[in-house]
Write a protein that binds this ligand. Structure first.
Ligand code: FAD
Length: 301
């Protein structure tokens, strides 16, 4: 088992997930999670906004199998939307359908999402449906399509490791899309496995959507991709209101500030809440060097 597979297996461990919620932010998670409650999260956002960086807020949590828990997550996201509206911070919402009941019942999940999207639409706040693993991909697109019949403040994510990503990006090009490499472990029947193949597809998808799509969030920490896209954007005169760069809170902070300073639209993905464990383990799987964050946190105490 590779180190990557090891951390992904840990991220999916229900027992550890449940136990982690009982203990604040541990194991270095505080450096990549912006607090455990709305007040702490808004404070972090104000700080990022002061550098010209907008934010997308993720109320941590996923793979919920209990209706009461999904309803609590919905209420928390509604409270986040109210807080964004009241404080006037520059931020929108990212959410995971599995936190809102996708694994329990499609219609129940739809109703939860509808409430969230409606409130956000009233305040002119954008809502992004994060994409999870392959089994949840098509139902998430279905939810997006159904809700977009009445609301245009929604968009989603295209994961470049999937073979079907090219078809999906063509189909959903009129949506605001975040394009990523992909964070979950997927079988070779549905997804590219090597870094070379994923990177090649990633660049192709970004270029396609920048030229043909509504709005592109270039979500990566990969400086090679970022440098390539900067040149592509300049060569094709892509207007600023058509794209932004995105990175996760706590990662490559200097580069985040630098891109904003250079005048690019920049958005930081800001996770907060008690349910930090799965998110944190996936970050370790992507880049075992992130363990450095853990070590620093432990020794700084
Ligand atoms: P990688 O391929 O991990 O790294 C490429 C190179 O970049 C590395 O070799 C290294 O040289 C450099 N590098 C990377 N990170 C660092 C660092 N921290 N410090 C220094 N150098 C570094 N995935 C999903 O499946 N669904 C989602 O909805 C989703 N949303 C996301 C939202 C945002 C804003 C971001 C940034 C990512 C999201 N992801 C999502 C995760 C994504 O799919 C990748 O797993 C993750 O971003 C790692 O890939 P990468 O493109 O950053 O670069």
């Amino acid at each position: 088992m590779s180190l990557k597979d090891f951390f992904i297996a840990l991220s999916e461990n229900q027992f550890l997930n449940n136990n982690a919620k009982k203990y604040g932010l541990k194991m270095g998670a505080a450096s990549v999670v912006a607090g455990t409650n709305i007040n702490e999260m808004i404070k972090s956002i104000k700080e990022l906004n002061s550098h010209g960086i907008s934010c997308t807020i993720d109320n941590l949590g996923e793979f919920v199998h209990d209706k009461a828990e999904a309803t609590a997550a919905k209420n928390q996201i509604l409270a986040v939307i109210e807080a964004v509206h009241e404080t006037g911070v520059d931020a929108h919402i990212s959410l995971k359908p599995s936190q809102l009941g996708l694994d329990i019942d499609y219609d129940f999940c739809y109703e939860n999402l509808k409430e969230i999207v409606e409130l956000a639409d009233r305040y002119d706040i954008f809502v992004n449906f994060d994409m999870e693993n392959y089994a949840r991909l098509q139902p998430s697109f279905d939810l997006l399509e159904e809700l977009s019949r009445e609301h245009d403040n929604i968009g989603t994510v295209i994961q470049a490791y999937f073979f079907r990503a090219k078809e999906d990006i063509e189909k959903y090009k009129n949506y605001r899309l975040r394009i990523v490499k992909g964070a979950y472990k997927e079988p070779s029947e549905v997804a590219y496995q090597t870094k070379e193949e994923i990177d090649r597809n990633y660049i192709e998808l970004l270029e396609y959507h920048l030229l043909n799509g509504k709005f592109t969030s270039i979500a990566t920490h990969d400086h090679n991709v970022i440098n390539h896209m900067k040149q592509f954007i300049a060569a094709h005169n892509i207007p600023k209101e058509k794209y932004e760069f995105q990175m996760l809170y706590g990662f490559r902070r200097d580069m985040q500030l630098e891109l904003a300073k250079e005048g690019y639209n920049f958005c930081t993905y800001v996770p907060f809440g008690q349910d930090w464990y799965g998110y944190f383990m996936r970050r370790l799987a992507e880049r075992p060097q992130n363990l450095e964050l853990v070590v620093k946190q432990v020794f700084n105490k």
